[in-house]
Each structure stands twice: as structure tokens, then as C-alpha cells.
Design a binder for this molecule. Structure first.
Ligand SMILES: [Zn+2]
Length: 285
């Protein structure tokens, strides 16, 4: 299948009470594993590359890899650029064939955030590409962006309607208690804030920092109308831990790289399948 946009992949989420999982990858093995997990769950899926991952793999290489994976897959895949702050880099990703991009201008003042998000949404309109923006700051560490927990500021619901209308974005990430990375203590989501936002806009809402939030809390958000759930840290940990495990298990004279790397696919596929089933999108492809 050809890559699809967020608009397409999230279209039925609210009506049918499910969310689509969005998973970060950093190379071929985890990307292939995510696709494999989605195929096993018969679920649509969003593959995300951060600005740092794209710089590591190469922007056109990333697009080519995922287009190739999507070609033989029978479930819809969206290729999404995650948390990008550089407008020129985002435009290049759109040209490279990403079917979705995130402009994260959440560190900037409200008016500037609107300006930058609108600039990208307007640019992407000429391509088959959707745009996600962020209002409020999700705490923790995401690649090149660090937000100290204490400075992380929750989204003000009152700012949402004008932001969505003026920017013309397709999805909105909000901050209501989740953080990037592993949680130091049990996360407390502000469900009332989510409810207030969902009441004020029809724009699909995104939860960042899905790793470590109790699944029942995520399911509660989904039942309320949450459309997209981002999971990154858990897959990064699975990738690294699998390599560590294979280094310990394989004979010292083993030199075939595939012996070390192949189990990464299965490890990522298992996590993704489980998440998609929990998010209610299994069987929706
Ligand atoms: Zn994020």
C-alpha cells in the first residue's frame, strides 16, 4: 500500500472508539518489527522517526525504507516525522515523501507557535502530507528536546480552538501529565483537562510519552476520544536490550550481524501487537 496521512489513518478513531499507535524507530530492524506487529494485529499503524533518527538514517533513506516496507504490507502505514523544530528540515521531509510531519514549536510563545505551525500546514497542503502540532509542553527528554518536569506546562484548553482553526493542522499533541522517557514516579494524567480539550475541538488529539502510563489510563483516554498514542522509549529499550542479550548468548566467534539483529524485529513486533490490541485498533485495517 501507499503511505497514508494522519487524516486518513485517524478518520474513524473517535466514531469507533479506538486510537492508532505511533511508534518510534531508529533503524531497519525496529521499523520492520513495528510493521510486522501491525500486520499481525490487522491494525493501521504510524511509524515515527524523530529529527535525530532522520539525521542518523538520512531523510530520503528513511522515506525510501518505509515506502518499501509499506509496499508489501496489507495494513495502512503512515510515515510521520516526530517532534521536528527546524522548518527547513520539515519541508525537506515533506518533499522526501513523508506522509505526515510534526512541527513542534511548543517551546515558543503562543503566537509564534501558531505562526510556525500554520506555515508548515500551509506548505504540506500541496503534498499528500498531514501535520501535527503541539500546544503546551510535554515533559521529559525526546531526542534533541529536553523539558524539565517542573517547567513542563500543561495545555490551556481555552487556547486550543483558535490554535486549531488558524493553523489548519490535522492533529494536536497536548500536555496533560505524560512525559517522554521512563517515568520516575507513577504518572498522573489530568483527565479533566483532556475532556475540556476534546469538548472544544474536533481535531484529533495525541498523547505523547505513552511508555509507562498504565494501560487502563490510556484506555480511559481513548474511550473519551483520544486518537493517537505515541510510544517510543519502550521500543528503544527493547532494541538495546535485545542486542545486549544476543551479545551475551551468541558464541564469541559469531560474526554474522543478522544473528544479533534479527531478534530485534520479533521483540518490537511483540510490543507493537500488544499495544495495538490494547488501543482497540486491532482488526481495524
Ligand atoms: Zn513526543
Amino acid at each position: 500500500m501507499e503511505l497514508v496521512t494522519l487524516q486518513e489513518i485517524l478518520a474513524n478513531t473517535k466514531k469507533e472508539h479506538y486510537a492508532v499507535g505511533a511508534f518510534n524507530f531508529n533503524g531497519y530492524e525496529d521499523a520492520a518489527g513495528i510493521a510486522q506487529g501491525a500486520a499481525a494485529a490487522r491494525s493501521p499503524v504510524i511509524l515515527m522517526a524523530s529529527q535525530g533518527a532522520c539525521q542518523y538514517i538520512g531523510l530520503y533513506e528513511t522515506a525510501g525504507l518505509i515506502k518499501g516496507i509499506a509496499k508489501k504490507l496489507s495494513v495502512p502505514i503512515c510515515l510521520h516525522l516526530d517532534h521536528a523544530t527546524d522548518l527547513d528540515f520539515i519541508r525537506e521531509a515533506v518533499r522526501a515523501g513523508f506522509s505526515s510531519v510534526m512541527i513542534d514549536a511548543s517551546a515558543k510563545p503562543y503566537e509564534e507557535n501558531i505562526h510556525d505551525s500554520k506555515t508548515i500546514a500551509t506548505f504540506a497542503k500541496d503534498y499528500h502530507c498531514s501535520v501535527e502540532a503541539e500546544l503546551g509542553k510535554v515533559g521529559g527528554k525526546e531526542d534533541n528536546i529536553v523539558v524539565e518536569d517542573r517547567t513542563a506546562s500543561f495545555t490551556d484548553p481555552a487556547q486550543v480552538p483558535r490554535f486549531v482553526e488558524e493553523t489548519g493542522i490535522d492533529a494536536l499533541a497536548i500536555a496533560f501529565g505524560s512525559v517522554h522517557g521512563f517515568y520516575k514516579s507513577e504518572p498522573k494524567l489530568d483527565f479533566d483537562r483532556l475532556a475540556a480539550v476534546l469538548k472544544l475541538t474536533a481535531c484529533p488529539i495525541v498523547l505523547h510519552g505513552g511508555t509507562g502510563i498504565p494501560i487502563a489510563d490510556i484506555q480511559k483516554c481513548i474511550s473519551m476520544g483520544l486518537a493517537k498514542v505515541n510510544v517510543g522509549t519502550e521500543l528503544k529499550a527493547a532494541f538495546s536490550n535485545t542486542i545486549r542479550k544476543m551479545c551475551a548468548e551468541l558464541p564469541k566467534d559469531e560474526f554474522d550481524p543478522r544473528k544479533f539483529l534479527k531478534p530485534v524485529k520479533a521483540a518490537c513486533a511483540a510490543i507493537v501487537q500488544e499495544k495495538l490490541e490494547a488501543f482497540g485498533s486491532a482488526g481495524k485495517a
